[in-house]
Design a protein around this ligand. Sequence first.
Ligand code: GDP
Ligand code: MN
Length: 382
Amino acid sequence: MDLYEYQGKELFARFGIPVSEGRLATTPEQARDAAAELGGTVVVKAQVLTGGRGKAGGIQLAQTPEEAEARASEILGMDIRGHAVRKVWVEGASDIAREYYLSIAFDRSAKKPLFMFTTQGGVDIEEVAESNPDALVRLHVDPLEGYHPWHGRRLVYGAGVADPSEQKQIAAIVEKLYAAFTASEAMLAEINPLIVTTDGEVRALDSKFTVDDNALFRHPDLAELHDVDAADPLEALAREKGVTYVKLDGEVGVLGNGAGLTMATVDVVTFAGGRPADFCDLGGGGDAQGVVDALEVITRDPQVRSIFFNIFGGITRCDEVARGILQALDRMGIEQPIVVRLDGTNAEEGRALLRDADASNVHTEATMLEGARRAVELAMAG
Ligand code: GDP
Ligand code: MN
């Protein structure tokens, strides 16, 4: 899960990393009030879960509250690489002398967190890594030994920071960033740029913070920051129900068990001339309730004209899946035709259950290709 810049900075502040004071605004009027409260020049920053906002025009300076209102009304509603801007962060503008870069992330091959620091900040770090690799200092931290002050010193000296006050401030920030990173069970904590102001103060001007979804249950305060509105509403519903679901653009609802088979099903539907409406993986267990939940998500998509169940029973038992389909029909009154291909564990029992139920909108097919063809045909007819 990615945090917004303002959420990441609030987290930084809790760990003692210096940031500018700011306010969140969802309307131009709120941005004006925020600017008036903060006083002086402010910067209005689009809050979206993607980078490069500056280049996209999503970051603007404003001298007065009226100007902040005008800039906010331009930025709110903007589309930055597919992300609609619904809130802006207004903070006291900084006078920037230099822009550095500092991050910590997991280096999976080394199985250790890795610090990266360079005085060539502000731009894409990938660019620095390519054009000027020597300027980028990389340093692992042994997770068992944890952080030691020499880590901070090595980063600072390695990058050639000469000013003693800067050295001290940056080393302190490095230590606090490590604390924020480990305490949150983060995957990435990045400050780009880490600025030096014209007064010689070092401060985090931006934040990119990714926490590990699998550790969120241990961090209810972070889990609460999750912005459900930023996600596709169907994907949000799926997440809530624990259904593995990715929304696609077509008309044939696809449901399989196991990621591989489900991907193959998406391909076969395409091969049969149809367009998949989703990727939905029932997973290994595939009990009746799981099927009901999945069908609820899939049929919520108004584009879905037919549904194709492609099940190869292993751990998943086909009779259990059939029971789930019948339960869902019973409870939800599904209008779209459902094509079912059952093979593997208890396939016979499953097909018998569907046959005996005699549901008019359930069609069984023997193979994956026949099933896909039938589902595509029905989608076109519907
Ligand atoms: P990003 O483009 O999404 O990475 O957003 P950043 O928060 O990193 O801002 C991009 C750039 O905008 C920074 O590198 C700065 O050059 C500029 N910027 C942001 N805040 C301020 C500020 O308070 N004062 C000044 N002068 N420039 C700023
Ligand atoms: Mn940035």
